[in-house]
Design a protein. Structure first.
Length: 194
């Protein structure tokens, strides 16, 4: 019976410890209120004014008097910087700013166009129109000239296909990387002309 109680106590203790760790990690990566264990902190008031360096207990007391939370906003600074804010509102503002920053980011994709050494003129024009469309959207274009079998013996003679491709698109594109042989293919990168 005694062994069972000890085991139960250990499980309860482990549950409490894990629960506390889980709460600390899921609430936020920022430390708030009692989680701040530093001896002294640099405090910023609720209106953005500098209140100076003080003990974390004193900072906590000022935050409680204002009816707000104490949030550590710069943990790596010496001493760490804490601010008196409404934590819920502060977290909301942070997530909103992150979303705005993501909206303003533009991801540039690389679109690939594959050619062969014995491509017909009409097929080449179709591929050029596709490349023109990709470049118009702001994407980079990787033009790959693939060789098979005996075509490998005439790689140097086929470079003119990539040169013609780039020349026909010179009004909308610039060569970012010159044609280069990589294994069984020759690749060239085009970017939108600015």
């Amino acid at each position: 019976m005694n062994l069972c109680v000890d085991s139960l106590a250990i499980h309860f203790f482990m549950y409490q410890t894990l629960n506390i760790l889980w709460r600390c990690t899921t609430i936020s990566d920022l430390m708030i209120n009692e989680q701040i264990r530093d001896k002294e902190v640099r405090l910023i008031g609720e209106n953005g004014e500098q209140l100076g360096v003080m003990s974390s207990r004193e900072a906590m007391r000022l935050a409680e008097e204002a009816g707000l939370d104490l949030v550590k906003i710069a943990p790596t600074a010496k001493p760490p910087v804490c601010k008196i804010v409404d934590y819920g509102k502060f977290k909301y503002e942070q997530t909103r700013k992150e979303k705005e920053a993501k909206k303003k980011q533009k991801t540039i994709e690389i679109k690939e166009i594959r050619l062969s050494p014995n491509i017909d003129t009409n097929d080449l024009n179709t591929k050029m129109n596709a490349a023109r469309k990709f470049l118009g959207k702001g994407d980079r274009v990787k033009v790959t000239l693939r060789f098979r079998g005996r075509e490998m013996a005439h790689m140097a003679n086929s470079k003119h296909i990539l040169d013609d491709f780039a020349e026909n698109l010179s009004d909308v594109a610039v060569i970012e990387k010159e044609p280069k042989v990589e294994g069984r293919s020759m690749t060239m990168f085009l970017a939108e002309k600015k």
